[in-house]
Design a binder for this molecule. Sequence first.
Ligand SMILES: NC(=O)c1ccc[n+]([C@@H]2O[C@H](COP(=O)([O-])OP(=O)(O)OC[C@H]3O[C@@H](n4cnc5c(N)ncnc54)[C@H](O)[C@@H]3O)[C@@H](O)[C@H]2O)c1
Length: 327
Amino acid sequence: MKVLVTGGAGYVGSVVADELLCAGHEVVVFDNLQQGHKEAVPVQAQFVLGDICKPGALDGLFRQFNIDAVMHMAAETVVEYSTTDPKRYFQTNVAGGIHLLNAMLKHKVTKMIFSSTAAVYGEPQATPINEDHPKNPINAYGLSKLMFEQILEWYGKAYGVKHISLRYFNAAGATDRLGEDHHPETHLIPNILRAAMNNEPVPVFGIDYPTPDGSCIRDYVHVADIAQAHILALDKLDALSGKACNLGSGRGYSVIEVIQAAQEVTGMKIATKVCPRRPGDPAVLVASASRARSELGWTPRFFELQSIIRSAWLWTTRCPQGDADDD
Ligand SMILES: NC(=O)c1ccc[n+]([C@@H]2O[C@H](COP(=O)([O-])OP(=O)(O)OC[C@H]3O[C@@H](n4cnc5c(N)ncnc54)[C@H](O)[C@@H]3O)[C@@H](O)[C@H]2O)c1
């Protein structure tokens, strides 16, 4: 198939693009490079610089390429900023997504795998969180993703768009070629590793959460395993259309535990700096990924937190400047 990956110059999107090519698909990446890196786009993929908020650019894209399916990853993604500047999140993640769907319909493309998030659930009422858990997002990022999931349902019912929403928990780790390189970086593991390299303290945002050591607990899932789930979702789209699947390991680690694991992987002592809680951060987010396993046939290859951190550390030491160009 010829697969359009929106946001394919970003962290998850570039790994998904690599995995699609390995699976024998053709790939077109559409990205405005506000966060992504052109160098992260595989050389075998076709790259189009453009913005999902511009309907004309999307129309041109679908005119130029005979797209069979879309993996939609382009988004505003920083949870914290979404609480102070929600308009960008609704503009890109909701309005941009609608422009994309409308362009798809116009060009008779009816397959979409959507990058959703654990943030659609909000504060968990039960752990681990399964897909039927109530959806009460506590930040505009999570709400924007939930809104788009709901919009997709209507485009499915009314216009026959086949879709699966993959709700990632915390994507982490690196492949041989690609790692996490956001500016600013708000994700824990890359920040710990950079702090280790630069001999700086790692900020710990809140140690007064109702968790055993007071720091937030999250579920880390390797980016290559996330990419694999996208391939499976595309293969099973006809059978599973309309479903959402969590992508997580089912095991949670506190911020303090992640720092300890990073110390073991790097062999370095990593200092911490206690900071106030970040707005919009639930205390605990751990997935039940049994639906992805049983229905998608997903078998994550990276199970141990240490192996996830090790892959990120290898990439960080090999590419200390990240994915390089910020053009
Ligand atoms: N990384 C995670 O832990 C995580 C967790 C849950 C969900 N997600 C979702 O997965 C997707 C990918 O996340 P990521 O961590 O790779 O983020 P990322 O920021 O690295 O990638 C997003 C890409 O989208 C591009 N983009 C942003 N706005 C755009 C626009 N208007 N038009 C075209 N391109 C645009 C950016 O330049 C970037 O390359 C996002 O949709 C995110 O919400 C990520």
